[in-house]
Design a protein around this ligand. Structure first.
Ligand SMILES: NC(=O)c1ccc[n+]([C@@H]2O[C@H](COP(=O)([O-])OP(=O)(O)OC[C@H]3O[C@@H](n4cnc5c(N)ncnc54)[C@H](OP(=O)(O)O)[C@@H]3O)[C@@H](O)[C@H]2O)c1
Length: 429
């Protein structure tokens, strides 16, 4: 194809859209030299044309009508950075049907409708590139799709939400209370005005869905993932975890076992010596184990205008190469299978438990009996302190079946000597 310019339509000019525009403008000459073709932003779609914009872009480019991009035959690549589900879904499907390549940063959409959209792309002999949707600036999709594809991936374990990692870091390193750390994250732009999706673990679950689908070549549904956020993590647990030699991190974990897949997002105690324990503040990292490659860790910024824009621009360049070289839809993942999901009650884990009990003879024996009856063996049990005849007890179990642990917990709840169950967290070694 002897085009000297490839034109793109940018849907959205918020954090990510403006980051993409800034990179394409700043590094335009380099990008042209590398590709042998210029990338030109032909239109920018926004919701509100009158909104003041921090980044200057030619006013002529802006429109509030998506069809000005979708129906423009000169536009080859549609870059979706609007977010949301319905309109983004409609826009991407329509872009593919209008013979355009698509680049998106939309994790919510790719996690819930990715398989169906990729099918449309394949039928249209086009492609969807979605590198930014899983790791922001950290390359994860291409490593999983290409570089590590020959491996049987045994495990993926990652810190894939910057907001929660920032909060947990401030709590553990600066003794900050949860609410103060959240307010600081918002003030620094690491947490959105409505951070519920981050704090409740849904954002990490969307990203785990995208990564695990590729890693395990399976069509994963959001309901397959057990999700817990960090809203119940207390400073007290962070302190006790430190005393026991652990850090608390919000981990997204995907494992393939003989019985099927285990997929979960939850706050987790990990040994302080684990490489993921050293991932601080807004940084993200994903730790992978493949049967051939062994352990791999990818680290960087999982969000923000320029880091996310970096991944989106990489995708734009990939799409441009495909167009320039007239490659037919490139590598498109279409061979997903359905794998069994191991029910949570059947999964094995170690548990950390903090509770309050009456400080009187025989309580430890009652606890040991409740755990023993449920086939839960204890690794450590520590009485923290006793105030007004109430003892705080922290215990860590060995690897046990989740269902058995929950059975022990329910018998503890009915014991008159147990005043309260304060924290239940999982432990990964
Ligand atoms: N922020 C990050 O660091 C990050 C990282 C990885 C992935 N992502 C993903 O990237 C996407 C964008 O995130 P963001 O943080 O850049 O969002 P944002 O700052 O809220 O920007 C959204 C942009 O899209 C426009 N828009 C929204 N709905 C529209 C509609 N129906 N029609 C036309 N324009 C519309 C908005 O227009 P107005 O400006 O007129 O309001 C705004 O310019 C999301 O899918 C997000 O999950 C974000």
């Amino acid at each position: 194809m002897n085009k000297d310019t490839i034109k793109i339509g940018l849907l959205g000019f918020g954090t990510v859209g403006a980051g993409v525009y800034q990179i394409l403008t700043q590094n335009g000459n380099d990008i042209k030299r590398k590709l042998g073709v210029k990338i030109e932003v032909k239109r920018i779609v926004v919701r509100n044309l009158n909104k003041p914009r921090a980044l200057a872009a030619d006013r002529e480019l802006f429109t509030d009508t998506i069809d000005h991009v979708l129906l423009d035959p000169e536009i080859d690549i549609v870059v979706e950075t609007m977010g949301g589900i319905e309109e983004a879904h409609r826009a991407i499907a329509s872009a593919l049907e209008h013979d355009k390549f698509v680049v998106t940063a939309n994790k919510d959409l790719m996690a819930q409708h990715g398989v169906e959209l990729l099918k449309i792309a394949k039928e249209q002999e086009k492609n969807i590139f979605y590198e930014a949707s899983a790791g922001g600036g950290i390359p994860l999709i291409r490593p999983l799709k290409n570089c590590l594809a020959a491996n049987r991936i045994v495990k993926i374990m990652g810190i894939i939400n910057g907001t929660t990692n920032y909060i947990l870091t401030k709590m553990s390193c600066e003794n900050m209370e949860y609410e103060t750390a959240l307010a600081e994250a918002q003030a620094k732009g690491f947490a959105e005005a409505n951070p519920a999706s981050d704090l409740e673990g849904r954002d990490a679950a969307y990203k785990l869905n995208i990564m695990a689908s590729l890693a395990f070549s399976s069509r994963i549904k959001m309901d397959d993932i057990h999700v817990e956020g960090i809203t119940e993590v207390k400073l007290r647990d962070i302190r006790y975890a430190q005393e026991l030699g652990y850090a608390i991190k919000l981990l997204a974990i995907g494992e393939e076992k003989q019985e099927g897949l285990s997929l979960r997002v939850h706050p987790t105690l990990i040994p302080q010596a684990h490489p993921l324990a050293a991932v601080k503040n807004e940084f993200n990292a994903v730790f992978l184990e493949g049967d051939a490659v062994g352990e791999v860790m990818l680290y960087g910024r999982g969000a923000g205008a320029l880091p996310t824009g970096s991944a989106v621009c990489g995708d734009i360049m990939e799409a441009a190469r495909v167009i320039k070289n007239e490659v037919k839809n490139g590598i498109i993942e279409s061979t997903f299978t359905e794998k069994d999901i191991i029910p949570l009650a059947e999964q094995f884990s170690r548990f950390y438990l903090r509770l309050k009990a009456q400080d009187e003879p025989g309580v430890f024996a009652q606890l040991a009996a409740a755990f023993g009856n449920a086939k839960v063996s204890l690794d450590r049990i520590i009485q923290k302190r006793s105030v007004e005849k109430t003892a705080e007890i922290v215990l860590v179990t060995h690897d046990v079946k989740e269902g058995n642990f929950m059975q022990a917990l329910s018998s503890l709840r009915s014991m008159p000597t147990i005043r309260s169950i304060n924290s239940v967290l999982r432990v990964v070694e």
